[in-house]
Design a protein around this ligand. Structure first.
Ligand code: AMP
Ligand code: ZN
Length: 114
């Protein structure tokens, strides 16, 4: 999508610290980290949010999860644990309208989230 911030990162039109990539997803460091490790995993194809999942593309969610798992193992996050977050819509706290999985780790998380 032309004016989407994360599509621009996929196309390398704006810089990002890319940490991993597979055929359909990329992962890069969050510009404003909320934990010692804060990585965003996104599908390369533009999906606005979880609401854009269909029978045809919902496998992308698993693909994002598998890329996240490989990063977690590389960084040693799997030993203590970590958190996945996906915000959807205004009340969900979504600020960027390109589906992204937050991988947060490196500190103790609290519950409930804000
Ligand atoms: P959300 O509120 O779930 O939509 O999360 C959007 C996330 O994108 C926030 O954590 C931002 O810090 C992050 N973000 C915004 N712009 C950039 C950027 N150019 N590069 C990396 N992360 C970004
Ligand atoms: Zn996009």
């Amino acid at each position: 999508m032309k004016d989407c911030l994360f599509c621009k990162i996929v196309r390398k039109e704006i810089p990002a610290e890319i940490v991993a990539e597979n055929t359909n997803c990329i992962a890069f460091k969050d510009i404003d980290p909320k934990a010692p490790v804060h990585i965003l995993i996104i599908p390369k194809k533009h999906l606005g949010s979880t609401l854009d999942f269909t029978d045809e593309n919902s496998w992308l969610l698993a693909d994002m999860g598998l890329l996240s798992n490989s990063i977690s193992r590389d960084l040693g996050l799997h030993e203590k644990g970590y958190r996945w977050v996906i915000n959807t819509g205004k009340a969900g706290g979504q600020a960027v309208d390109h589906l992204h999985l937050h991988l947060l780790g490196g500190r103790q998380m609290t519950w409930p989230p804000g």
